[in-house]
Design a protein around this ligand. Structure first.
Ligand SMILES: Cc1cc2nc3c(=O)[nH]c(=O)nc-3n(C[C@H](O)[C@H](O)[C@H](O)COP(=O)(O)O)c2cc1C
Length: 187
C-alpha cells in the first residue's frame, strides 16, 4: 500500500525522525511504497479559518499544500493518494509539534475526502519524560483524530525517555518502530 509519513520535527536528524526511519525501513521491506512529507520544512501557511474551502476545497492559500485552481498536486494529493498516514512528532508541551499541527489544520479543505477514504494511520512520537502519563494528552488527541477522520489505527510508538538522539539510539523504540513497519504486510 501507499504510506504517507508526515514528520513534524525541525530536527532533521532528531529522535522522532530516527524512529520514522526505522518504521519506513520495515514498511518498505514488506513491499509498501512510502513517501515522506516534512511538515517542519514545507512551505505551508497556517489555516486562516476563512472557510472559503467550505470544508471541501480548494483552499484559498497558494503554497505546498497544493490548491491552485483546484488542481491536484502537492501535499494534499500525496495524502489523498495514500492508503495510510503516519504522524511523526516530538512531544512539545505534551502535544504534537506546531509544525505538524499546522499541516493537519489544513486538512480542513479536504476533510470529507479523508473521512470517506477510511485510511489506516499510526502515531510515532518521542519525549524527554519517561513517566507513564507522558503521552496521555497526545494519545487522546491522536485517538480523537482517528475517530473523527475515520482512520483505522495500526499502532502507536511512544518513545519515553527519548530526549536526545543518543538516548533514542539506546532505546527499544527503534526496534518497535521497525516492527510496526514490518507488520504492514499485505494490509
Ligand atoms: C519546545 C519543546 C517542548 C518540549 N516539550 C516536552 C514535553 O512536554 N514533554 C517531554 O517529555 N519532552 C518535551 N520536549 C523534549 C522533546 O520532546 C525531546 O527532546 C524529543 O526527543 C525531541 O524530538 P526530535 O529530536 O525528534 O525533535 C520538548 C522539547 C522542546 C524543544
Amino acid at each position: 500500500m501507499k504510506i504517507a509519513v508526515l514528520t513534524g520535527s525541525p530536527q532533521k536528524f532528531g529522535s522522532s525522525n530516527m524512529l520514522a526511519e526505522q518504521f519506513i525501513k520495515g514498511a518498505r521491506e514488506v513491499g509498501n511504497t512510502v513517501s515522506v512529507i516534512d511538515a517542519a520544512q514545507a512551505n505551508v501557511h497556517p489555516c486562516t479559518g476563512c472557510v472559503r474551502c467550505g470544508y471541501g476545497g480548494p483552499c484559498a492559500q497558494k503554497d505546498e499544500m497544493g490548491s491552485e485552481s483546484g488542481t491536484e498536486h502537492g501535499i494534499k494529493a500525496e495524502i489523498i493518494g495514500a492508503d495510510m498516514i503516519v504522524f511523526v512528532t516530538p512531544l512539545y508541551y505534551f502535544g504534537m509539534s506546531a509544525q505538524l499541527k499546522n499541516v493537519i489544520d489544513r486538512f480542513c479543505a479536504f476533510n470529507g475526502e479523508i473521512q470517506r477514504k477510511h485510511m489506516k494511520s499510526a502515531l510515532i512520537s518521542v519525549a524527554w519524560n519517561a513517566a507513564e502519563w507522558t503521552f496521555d494528552a497526545l494519545e487522546a488527541h491522536y485517538k480523537t483524530l482517528v475517530r473523527y477522520l475515520n482512520f483505522v489505527d495500526m499502532g502507536m510508538i511512544l518513545g519515553r525517555g527519548c530526549g536526545t538522539p543518543e538516548m533514542t539510539a539506546r532505546s527499544e523504540y527503534l526496534a518497535e518502530a521497525y516492527k510496526l513497519g514490518k507488520s504492514l504486510k499485505n494490509k
